[in-house]
Design a protein around this ligand. Structure first.
Ligand code: SF4
Length: 487
């Protein structure tokens, strides 16, 4: 059986990354590089659309950026000095070629390509209305709703139509759009997902993260503001702020896990934020131990911060195999269950006879954590204490992060003691929500009346009521973890 690597399934997944450039003779090649730097935000599919002044050219495909844009022939066909691109991990819509973005449509005003990072929370309701009005949908993504709303808008300019469409949608969106005259970037009024503006000589760039500016040697100019529309054209750059201003609610999980550590988001280095989270965690939940060991790679900066404050040596007690493919042959169940060792292996010399503090970024279902703890014990650790650099994930995300249903989130079903027992650790602690806020720069902690970030997956305090979804409340049913794994 050829299947997706099962141990990638126990992490939350960022949905998408976007990139756009205006005013460069090799626009598409730069978009391909930018998307390559954003690959961590979506590995299922990639697409680029370019405009050469007469024609739009597009190439979209399933798989990684390199699989689709590694060939010079493909890039050469994407002619033009304006281009936008997208990497995708699907949270709405299936993994089908017709869902791969940027979506493209011929409008009354000419072609329009649109790439979207985030998730609309009223797309299903809008889609039903649009279908009743005769709109024919080509994909099953929420993003196509924006395309149809633009198409039927009674306003005349592209920008007015876009504003008209976006006034009707709810949820999270960082968009890049390509028209015959411009590349446009938009961030939703709450600024849930990131979007930055960069410059390289005479070219303007939009990207989900600053690491995508670095790869092409562009300089970071600023974050696109929540609720801002940035229009890049031959006239330079224009900024529009047509929406009612709201206090921003940037996704706090970007700091913990989603963004690349070498990116700077909302003025804060992700790497440094992760180290500070680890330091806070050590102050909150110190325990006697011999070594601090990160679960690689995402647990590394937090473990460095933890070890420094706890004054316990930091060691790479688990080594990650970077060459595990996305798919592999799984002839039998017994082979499948050894899968965690394909991705991670215990570094016995650093673990045998030691009291170990394992630092990881989050616990989703708990299945991977349990296998890693088992592996560390088998390598001879005498005690295993787990420290998590996020608060317990107890609610699903509706804003562009793939989370399992609430009933499958370990922290929604068990208290701390129950989780520790299931994972098999001597002690377990998560950073507090206030500690997390302090670490990302919001002293003295979370403002409960007006939270400074979206933290709904930890608190259930959704910044937008997700119209299309019913948020389960109360205690999810206590299912058996073992039974669930067998299904
Ligand atoms: S619910 Fe969690 S993952 Fe989703 S946007 Fe909010 S903080 Fe980020």
């Amino acid at each position: 059986m050829l299947t997706t690597h099962p141990f990638d399934d126990d992490h939350l997944k960022e949905e998408c990354g976007v990139f756009g450039i205006f005013g460069h003779p090799e626009a598409a090649a730069h978009v391909a590089l930018g998307l390559h730097a954003l690959q961590h935000r979506g590995q299922e599919a990639a697409g680029i659309v370019a405009y050469d002044g007469t024609h739009f050219h597009n190439h979209r495909g399933l798989g990684h950026v390199e699989d689709n844009f590694g060939s010079e022939n493909v890039i050469r066909k994407l002619k033009g000095s304006m281009s936008v691109g997208h990497v995708r991990y699907s949270t709405t819509g299936e993994t089908l070629l017709r869902n791969v973005q940027p979506l493209f449509a011929e409008m009354e005003f000419g072609g329009l390509a649109l790439g979207h990072n985030g998730n609309l929370t009223n797309a299903a309701a809008l889609r039903r209305q649009l279908v009743r009005r005769g709109c024919l949908f080509q994909s099953t993504t929420d993003t196509e709703v924006i395309i149809h709303l633009i198409a039927i808008s009674l306003y005349s300019t592209v920008e007015d139509r876009l504003i008209d469409a976006l006034r009707q949608v709810e949820g999270a969106y960082s968009l890049v759009a390509l028209t015959r005259d411009s590349v446009i970037g938009v961030r939703d009024p709450l600024g849930i997902r990131p979007l930055v503006l960069g410059k390289m000589e005479k070219s303007w760039i939009l990207a989900s993260e600053t690491c995508a500016l670095d790869i092409i040697g562009a300089e970071f100019v600023r974050d696109v503001e929540p609720g801002e529309i940035v229009v890049l054209s031959a006239d330079g750059i224009r900024s529009l702020k047509p929406f009612v201003k709201k206090p921003s609610r940037f996704c706090i999980f970007e700091y913990i896990y989603f963004a690349r550590p070498d990116s700077v988001v909302e003025g804060t280095s992700v790497y440094e934020a992760r180290k500070r989270i680890g330091s806070e965690l050590a102050r909150e939940s110190r325990v006697e131990a011999d070594v601090v060991v990160p679960v690689p790679d995402s647990g590394v900066p937090a473990a460095i911060g933890f070890a420094a404050v706890a004054k316990i040596p930091f060691e790479l007690g688990i080594i990650r195999n970077h060459y595990v493919g996305r798919t592999f042959i799984q002839p039998t169940d017994s082979v499948r269950h050894t899968g965690v060792k394909m991705k991670h292996n215990a570094n016995r010399a650093m673990l045998a006879g030691k009291r170990v503090i394992l630092v990881d970024d989050s616990i989703v279902r708990g299945t991977t954590s349990r296998k890693i703890v088992e592996m560390v014990r088998q390598a001879g650790a005498t005690e295993v204490h787990m420290r998590i650099s996020s608060p317990p994930t107890t609610y699903s995300c509706y804003f562009g992060i793939d989370t399992p249903e609430r009933e499958k989130l370990l922290a929604a079903r068990y208290d701390l003691e129950g989780m520790a027992k299931l994972i098999g650790v001597d002690s377990l602690a998560f950073i507090s929500i206030d500690g997390l806020y302090r670490a990302v720069g919001a002293a003295p902690g979370r403002n409960a009346d007006q939270p400074q970030f979206c933290d709904a997956c930890f608190t259930g305090d959704y910044p937008v009521i997700p119209t299309d979804f019913t948020v389960p409340s109360g205690d999810p049913k206590q299912l058996s973890l073992l039974n669930e794994e067998q299904t």
